[in-house]
Each structure stands twice: as C-alpha cells, then as structure tokens.
Design a protein around this ligand. Sequence first.
Ligand SMILES: C[S@@+](CC[C@H](N)C(=O)[O-])C[C@H]1O[C@@H](n2cnc3c(N)ncnc32)[C@H](O)[C@@H]1O
Length: 258
Amino acid sequence: MERGKVTMDRNADAPWSKFDPEVYVDDNYRTPLEVDLLIVRLMRDYFTRCFDGAAPRSVRGVDVGAGANLYPALSMLPWCEKLLLLEFAPPNVEYLEKQVSPAGYDIAWDPFWDVLREAPAYGAVDRPRDRIGEVTRVEQGSLFDLGGGTRRWDLGTMFFVADSMSEAPEEFHRGVRCFMGALAGGAPFAAAFMKESVGYRVGDHDYPAYRVNEATVAQSLEPFTGELEIHDLHHSVRPGHEGMLLALGRRNTEVAAP
Ligand SMILES: C[S@@+](CC[C@H](N)C(=O)[O-])C[C@H]1O[C@@H](n2cnc3c(N)ncnc32)[C@H](O)[C@@H]1O
C-alpha cells in the first residue's frame, strides 16, 4: 500500500539559512517577466491613486519577507520617509543590506524602476539608489513576531511570503493576520501569492508552500480590509503553480488583529 505524506512542512522546518538570493534572483527577476512588470504597473497605479495629493516622504512603509526582491520596496519609495525591509533568512538579509548600501542596488532592479518612473510621483525621485539607501533599514525577524506587537506601518507589501513559507494552512492564515495586524487603519497594501503552488526549489533546496486560490486569499484578507481588489494573473513562471494573485487594498479600522 502506498502511503501518502503524513507530515507537513512548517515554517520552522524549511532551510531558510541556506536560501541563495543570487540563484533566486537569477531564477525569478534577472530577466524581468511580463507578469512582474504587470504587477509593478498595477501596484504603481494603485499607490498613486491612494496617495493622490499626499506629500512625498510622509509615511512609514514595510515590506514583509522582502527576500531577494527589491521591486515592492521601490514601489513604496516616493511616499516613504522610512522603509523597513523585514526578512527572516540571514542570506537574504545580507543581500538586502548590500542593495541599500552606498554601493547602490543591482542593475537587475532598473527595469522595474523604469516602469515605476513612468508615473510622476516616481519620476520625481531623482536618484532612487540614493533615496532607498537614505530611508531604508533592513531587519532580521519573523513575520509571526509582528502579530500582537505595537509597531504599525502606513503602507505595506508582502510578496509571495504567507503562501510560500509553510505547508500548514494555520501558518498561512496567521501570516496574513500578522501582516494585516502590522498596518495602521487606512494603510494601503499590496500582497502577492503564488496560485496553487506545491512548493519551490532554490538551488539545491526545497521550500514549502500552501496551495491558495483567489477564494482562499479573499477569505483571509477580507476581515481586515475596507477596500480590496484581487487580480488573477494567469501567468505561470514554472511548473508547480498556476499563476499569481495580486491583492491591492486598504486596511480597515474596525478589526483588531491578530
Ligand atoms: C518565495 S520568497 C519571497 C521573497 C520576496 N518577497 C519575493 O517577492 O520574491 C519567501 C520569503 O519569505 C521569507 N520568510 C520565510 N519565513 C519567514 C518568516 N517567518 N518571517 C518573515 N519572512 C519569512 C523567506 O526567507 C523568503 O525571503
């Protein structure tokens, strides 16, 4: 009799200390995919609408589980007086520190900035490499420790994290709650998820995922949102998932979380 898998890979079980950011960038971002450029455009236009008329550099932003991806941070740049990149895996923390150092970020991120700067608020940022270095702090820590904390941000992103760090449904939902709980009432946010992902490989290591679809994502976010749109992007970047979901919205003020 064939036995099914009985254990579930939880967040604490995955080899985060072995995560290779350069391989991850090679696999996902070094050659920009249409779907990521589309996500960047949607996020740019959404944040521009949310901050219409707001003073530049007036809010505190956070990218949770930033990993080796700078485009969520760049998407928040015009409005942030402070920007925190929270990341758990030490090699990714090191990668991010290098990206925001005076040496400036890798040219791999230029095509994403080129899309962003088509909008006036972004175009008004003269030197994005200097600006991101001035406003950004990288912190090693877990998303789960944001829950119940007192820190709140006015703008936030979380890309491929709650669904891409554990197979456990409880950890997916807790991850979303912790992210939403870290946002102040009214805060705009963008969150992206791999649709129906069965896990992913980076270099020689396998990482877990919880399979989500549009309904799962909507159900997890709705209690915390006053405004929510979910874009189902039917682009598959590798075998083992069915596309990407981009949620754009604002944190409501009614519900205390988590
Ligand atoms: C699939 S990667 C996504 C990285 C990046 N945000 C992106 O858009 O490509 C998942 C990320 O979640 C991070 N991660 C895993 N567990 C975490 C936790 N408990 N708290 C915060 N980040 C975590 C990993 O280190 C990794 O950077």
